[in-house]
Design a protein around this ligand. Sequence first.
Ligand code: AKG
Ligand code: FE2
Length: 239
Amino acid sequence: MTGCGMDIETRIAGLDWPRITAELDGFGAAPLGCLLSPAECTKLAGLYQREEGFRSRVIMARHGFGRGEYKYFAALPPLVAGLRAALYPRLAPVADGWNQWLGEARRFPPELAGFTAECHAAGQAKPTPLLLRYGPGDYNCLHQDLYGPLVFPLQVAILLSEPGRDFSGGEFVLTEQRPRMQSRAEVVPLRQGEAVAFAVHHRPVQGSRGTYRVMLRHGVSRIRDGERFTLGVIFHDAA
Ligand SMILES: O=C(O)CCC(=O)C(=O)O
Ligand SMILES: [Fe+2]
């Protein structure tokens, strides 16, 4: 059990990082467990209806992204900033490990502040964490959250609504496109407050003739009923 009552650092320190790391290395995605209490989820989802606090709003159907909408935070609420800062140092070693397997020299700063400074210096200065809202019939097409040349290769999504009670359908889906092979799909079941970490764009796979890249995309299947909110935590900022 991970407690949802403790401060964010303690909650994240209490997650099963050896298991999470092994699942990320093996599959490119891993459920993290519970990160937010029901009250915190309700409070975050409740921000969605407010006019202030966001830098932009995207109606997904207008861009062919699916159906539903999302808003990017302007300044991050302390809870979101705390999650982003506490998750990053746990995921940076995984990202470094992937680069090592791929023979890439790039290593990530150990703390988020260092990586954010790199993003800003490269002209990527807009915060990317977002709230998503889906109603009946809505869905999120398979996509990759890239916002410029600087990419942190892992991201986290937290489900803010309770399946079965608040909505039905609306599963978190990942697909993996392997070179010259058919694609593989994976569904990550989540309850309210639970998080999933996953690859933003690709991950290394060890083959018999060396390491190769598989492309990952994520999305959400059609919401059948009710309303579903998500908090998305992306670590690179946007151009
Ligand atoms: O609503 C979801 O579960 C997926 C959200 C998403 O695409 C993201 O967090 O990047
Ligand atoms: Fe996304």
